[in-house]
Design a protein around this ligand. Structure first.
Ligand code: SAM
Ligand code: SF4
Length: 461
């Protein structure tokens, strides 16, 4: 596979490290420096629980220094489960006769968005299967993004639409960018070539190099916030992490920026897929934690996304170790947010969702842990994307702006959408977080809060 040197990864996987070497690497991470592949491989080789704890502590330190206490919340919106591909692990695979197919109209997409706005959501990840015609795909994606942005619930609008859709040409990526997307996200699924070819047996997705090219094409089209990832369970995770870091090195060398986000979705049972119920390389929750911590340390400036595929308790723990964005109350079915829905979620969904908590409950759980649930999209709206964002994020400068914006968006959520118990916790947390801000930040924040009290919304720095 392009950019991925499997022989080199096999050598790296055999590396071991003394505790002193691990301590030296962790010392380097305190300066928020990017790690080399060798250093990441050494961290991955750690087994003993006391050394692992040092890795966890370092990951928490890096997360806190760069991102502060904020955790960004988003919700996926599945718009179509028609797919021309046959990924053996996915409920939407074309050969899966169990799945009831549905492609939402633009009016339905707008309606779904309004339901999400009513619950307090501001950031959407739009997800779709891939149709056979690239023209049909791009026209549908662009229309869908526009439909999402056109939705309005009592003046509340979606601030940022990220998309997870099929690869496309540079020309079509340009159209997607013009529609106003935030991040373009695509997962390589597995960086191990033989496994990739075994699991992708029909449709446009059969070629692993075409899939890698999607990120290049997005960059070339001017989309500078890209998200990458792999599907946990298809191949050995330590191999995948090193290969993904190799992919990142290639992107940094070629475009001078790395990915905006990394996702590590774990494979879940899917209707009609016997593979998904018995993946070949499942990992334990402990291994999952290690992966998140090593990623946090290896690429400190890159956001890490966690979906509702994970159980509530594990998600709470991972936020401490480096996860910076989480989804909430996800339905992985087109039309899944319909109120009083009569559709058969079991037969239309892509896979099983484990964390079924409502947005209010997830906000509450973050507040109880001292985190600031954030609905902010200021960087994207102020053009702090790509290299500009990285330059701010790298030395930890983004944190001051993020803290203010996160607190403003939290206050808005509390005023407009929160339950009484969540409100009480939220106001308490705002006071605690305000107490540790500098005077300039407090001044800006208080001005925003006065505006909120007279009905002004959506102010940011
Ligand atoms: N169809 C596009 C594609 O494959 O890139 C985008 C949408 S696809 C629904 C989004 C992601 O869902 C895939 O990239 C894959 O990693 C993930 N996925 C597929 N089957 C899954 C399963 N059984 N459990 C968890 N995640 C799964
Ligand atoms: Fe289609 Fe994507 Fe599912 Fe593969 S993972 S079958 S491309 S929706």
């Amino acid at each position: 596979m392009k950019h991925i040197d499997e022989t080199k990864i096999d050598v790296l996987l055999k590396m071991e490290a003394t505790e002193k070497e691990i301590d030296d690497i962790l010392e380097k991470t305190k300066q928020l420096k990017r790690l080399s592949l060798e250093e990441s491989a050494k961290l991955l080789s750690v087994k003993g629980s006391s050394v692992l704890q040092k890795i966890y502590d370092a990951a928490s330190y890096v997360k806190d220094t760069i991102y502060g206490k904020r955790v960004v919340l988003f919700v996926p919106l599945y718009i179509s489960n028609f797919c021309a591909n046959s990924c053996l692990y996915c409920g939407f695979a074309s050969n899966n006769k169990l799945t009831a197919r549905k492609k939402l109209t633009f009016a339905e997409i707008k309606e779904q968005t309004e339901i999400l706005l009513k619950r307090g959501h501001k950031r959407i990840l739009m997800v779709a299967g891939e149709m056979a015609s690239s023209k049909e795909n791009i026209d549908y994606y662009v229309g869908a993004v526009k439909a999402i942005y056109s939705a309005d619930y009592e003046g509340s609008r979606i601030k940022r639409v990220n998309v997870n859709v099929a690869p496309m040409s540079i020309e079509n990526f340009k159209k997607l960018k013009e529609s106003g997307i935030g991040t373009y996200q695509i997962f390589q699924e597995t960086y191990h070539e033989a496994t990739y070819r075994k699991l992708h047996v029909a449709g446009a997705k059969v070629d692993p190099d075409d899939r890698l090219d999607a990120i290049d094409n997005a960059f070339k089209a001017g989309i500078d916030d890209v998200g990458i990832g792999y599907l946990v369970g298809l191949y050995r995770s330590n191999f995948e992490i090193l290969a993904m870091l190799m992919h990142i090195e290639y992107l940094e060398k070629t475009y001078d920026i790395g990915p905006h986000t990394i996702s590590i979705p774990r494979i879940e049972p899917a209707p009609g897929s016997s593979y998904a119920s018995k993946p070949e390389h499942p990992i334990t929750d402990e291994e999952f934690k290690k992966i998140v911590a090593v990623l946090r340390l290896s690429v400190p400036y890159t956001g890490i996304i966690m979906s509702t595929r994970e159980m509530a308790e594990l998600r709470d723990a991972l936020v401490n170790l480096g996860v910076s964005q989480i989804s909430a109350e996800s339905r992985v079915t087109p039309g899944g947010y319909e109120e009083n829905s009569v559709h058969n979620e079991k037969l239309e969904r892509q896979f099983s969702v484990n964390d079924q908590r409502s947005l209010n409950e997830i906000v509450k759980s973050l507040l109880l842990q001292g985190f600031i649930p954030s609905f902010c999209a200021a960087c994207y709206r102020k053009n702090r994307t790509g290299k500009h964002f990285m330059n701010l994020a790298k030395p930890g400068e983004i944190r001051r702006m993020c803290d203010i914006n996160a607190l403003v968006t939290l206050k808005e959520f509390l005023e407009d959408f929160a339950r009484a118990d969540v409100k009480e916790l939220g106001y308490k947390l705002i006071e605690e977080r305000k107490a540790v801000l500098d005077n300039t930040s407090i001044g800006i924040l208080e001005k925003f809060f006065r505006d909120i009290s007279i009905g002004v919304r959506d102010k940011y720095v």
